[in-house]
Design a protein around this ligand. Structure first.
Ligand SMILES: C[S@@+](CC[C@H](N)C(=O)[O-])C[C@H]1O[C@@H](n2cnc3c(N)ncnc32)[C@H](O)[C@@H]1O
Length: 251
């Protein structure tokens, strides 16, 4: 028995307490925000860029809304806005979420849309989300991708990719690496989607996107590019939405 068990819990006196593994997502996020604010106040975070990043997070209305709603990341609103604009999440029968950590898109799919099967994959470990199958692995690893497809038990009806490569600080390198991830996601969608299925991927504005667009144009009924309001104005990120997969070649 640990100090977290109900037997040892003290009456609610309004003080925050660590709830251990039984904490809900919203409780974990609130706890993290509270302890970060405390660290800043005590002068515990000294690096200028870290402080600026944390202060931006704390003042961001989408971060606050995400905390209140229990989403693990503000990214949840990008998916919700993409759905509102394009009807992207019309068929959530079998969904693949590429680059799913920390899990807010999978949460939206499971908790708001009641998706039947969601399989997420990320290089980073992701805390469990009821009903979803989460794989710690690289999308470039054929074994991890094969595991993903076997869990899904059928062609995905929706493929999402919010993948972003870890930034190096060198703009062009970061751009090329993110384009490569988007290309991988498009190819995966074309090779695996159910006819009529939808696809969405994060892309970075500027530069090498012509081939990516041509590939989507040839394989989907409709392709749109859009930057949702919740995507930070200073970020080059936007999203390509491809609706209505066409069976263009024998697979
Ligand atoms: C912006 S985050 C995704 C946020 C997520 N959509 C959410 O709502 O919580 C981008 C993720 O892409 C992942 N990623 C980057 N390269 C990857 C790769 N080769 N394989 C799997 N995941 C990758 C990163 O580890 C990172 O967690």
């Amino acid at each position: 028995m640990t100090d977290d068990t109900p037997e040892n819990s003290k009456p609610n006196d309004g003080k925050r307490r660590w709830k251990g593994p039984n904490a809900t997502d919203a409780e974990r996020v609130r706890e993290k925000t509270f302890s970060t604010k405390k660290k800043i106040k005590k002068g515990g975070i000294t690096k200028k860029s870290s402080r600026a990043w944390i202060e931006r997070q704390l003042n961001d209305p989408y971060v606050r809304r995400a905390h209140e709603a229990g989403w693990r990341a503000r990214a949840a609103y990008k998916l919700l806005e993409l759905d509102e604009k394009f009807g992207l999440l019309k068929n959530t029968q079998r969904v693949v979420d590429l680059g799913c950590a920390p899990g807010s898109w999978t949460q939206v799919l499971m908790q708001k849309y009641g998706a039947h099967y969601v399989v997420g994959i990320d290089l980073l470990p992701v805390d469990p989300i009821a009903g979803a199958h989460l794989i710690e692995g690289d999308v470039n690893d054929p074994e991890a991708m094969a595991e993903m497809m076997s869990v899904l038990q059928g062609k995905p009806t929706l493929v999402l990719s919010d993948m972003a490569a870890a930034t190096t600080g060198h703009k062009q390198t970061d751009h090329v690496r993110t384009v490569q991830l988007a290309e991988m996601a498009v190819q995966f969608a074309i090779d695996n989607l159910e006819v009529g299925g939808n696809f969405c991927t994060k892309v970075f504005q500027g530069g090498a996107q012509g081939e990516l667009k041509a590939l989507m144009d040839a394989n989907f009924a409709e392709v749109k590019y859009w930057k949702p309001p919740s995507s930070r104005a200073g970020s080059p990120e936007m999203f390509a939405v491809a609706l209505g997969f066409k069976q263009t070649k024998k697979r």
